[in-house]
Write a protein that binds this ligand. Structure first.
Ligand code: AMP
Length: 385
């Protein structure tokens, strides 16, 4: 798939080529045609997926096709972003992609004097990128009017809600003309996000992309240090104490998977092992049981993890640390999908510490350690041997 196939006009194609983009990302491929067609859109995607270009490119194109008629303090497109940093980044993206057009963009945010921002608004712009507080401030002073807005983008709606902007958003939306195209982006689809989206979008197209192979920020990771011989006790403890509904447990070997499943069943937790030695129809049956909830824990090896596609999996447990960071990222990516949060818990015995180090390098982060648990019999200094 190329950018040409998306029916973008030459100045925009030239801009993406200058940026060195050769292929549109998943969110771009799936959103741009709908936005060009004038549809409202709910995009479930996080930063890093190329979502800014997914809305900036088609918006620039639509704005280019319409007569400009710029007026002081009025604009045709409004993008709301939760933070000043994000607003500046989006403004920069519009400038980069729109370099070959005559469209003008500017950005307003709090924490700095409004003088320069107001001067630019007075000269007239086509696109305004704003944080909610400063925007409302300028509106109250009569320096910005939203009655000519035809395109409205709400970016990182989940962060907006987390930061307490809900009332500000509602105030802004109330001032927008009803006849507009709205694009709504969020990394999650929690109920309050759906509710907000429902009030500002009209018959939207839903586009959702998984952030693989990067680690989704929806996955909460943690690690327990534990002796190899205590792992079965820890697994029981974790399943009981974390109110775990369903969990996918990974082991390094088939034999290990069988042993763990047996031990869980002995403790009254319905579990089945799936690995390369089990026939395909047997594996399918186990998966079905897991999906329907009759089996609470599925114990698997890496070989079969690719075939495991389960909606709403809340927990992945690494009973053993995988030998490669790629396997770790892949395993934990079974949860935290489609915008729903998940947890990834890893059990690390002293001999597995080396694998954990490689994982930390790969994910460019240290997994938080759960120090308080009944099987933490290993003195702290030994963890680092
Ligand atoms: P975003 O998710 O919008 O923050 O974009 C993440 C990064 O991906 C930015 O640095 C963009 O410049 C870059 N990017 C966006 N679209 C593409 C593409 N089609 N090909 C390569 N890089 C891209």
């Amino acid at each position: 798939m190329s950018f040409e196939r998306l029916n973008l006009v030459k100045p925009l194609l030239d801009a993406v080529a200058r940026e060195g983009y050769t292929t549109p990302t998943a969110i771009q491929q799936r959103s741009i045609p709908h936005i060009l067609a004038g549809k409202d859109l709910f995009g479930c995607a996080q930063t890093g997926t190329g979502k800014t270009a997914a809305f900036a490119l088609p918006l620039l194109q639509r704005l280019m096709m319409e007569p400009a008629g710029r007026q002081p303090g009025r604009m045709r497109a409004l993008v709301l972003a939760p933070t000043r940093e994000l607003a500046i980044q989006i403004d920069q993206s519009f400038r980069t992609y729109g370099a070959g057009t005559t469209l003008k963009t500017t950005c307003v945010y709090g924490g700095v004097s409004q003088v320069n921002q107001v001067n630019r608004l007075r000269q007239g712009v086509d696109i305004l990128i704003a944080t909610p507080g400063r925007l409302l401030d300028l509106i109250h002073q009569g320096l910005v009017r939203l009655d000519t807005i035809r395109y409205f983008v709400l970016d990182e709606a989940d962060r907006m809600l987390d930061m307490g902007f809900i009332h500000d958003i509602r105030k802004v939306v109330a001032l927008l003309p009803a006849n507009r195209q709205t694009l709504f982006f969020s990394a999650t689809v929690a109920p309050e996000i759906r509710k907000l989206a429902g009030t500002i979008l009209s018959s939207p197209v839903m586009v959702s992309v998984d952030p693989e192979p990067e680690v989704s920020r929806l996955i909460e990771q943690s690690v327990y240090y534990v002796r190899k011989e205590d792992k079965k006790l820890l697994l029981n403890h974790v399943i009981h104490n974390h109110a775990i509904g369903n969990a996918l447990v990974f082991t390094r070997t088939k034999h290990g998977a069988d042993k763990v499943a047996k031990e869980l069943n002995r403790n009254g937790i319905s579990a089945e092992a799936i690995h390369g030695n089990k026939a395909q129809n047997r594996r399918e049956k186990s998966l079905q049981g897991f999906r329907s909830g009759t089996i609470r824990v599925l114990v698997a090896t890496d070989i079969v993890s690719r075939g495991i596609d389960i909606d709403h999996l809340s927990h992945v447990i690494n009973y053993e640390i995988p030998e490669t960071p790629e396997a770790y990222v892949h395993r934990i990516g079974r949860t935290g999908r489609a915008g729903i949060a998940g947890k990834a818990i890893s059990f690390c015995s002293p001999d597995e510490r080396k694998y954990l180090k490689d994982i930390h390098k790969e994910i460019r982060n240290e997994i938080p350690v759960i120090g308080q648990h009944p099987f933490n019999g290993i003195p702290e200094h030994q963890h680092f041997n």
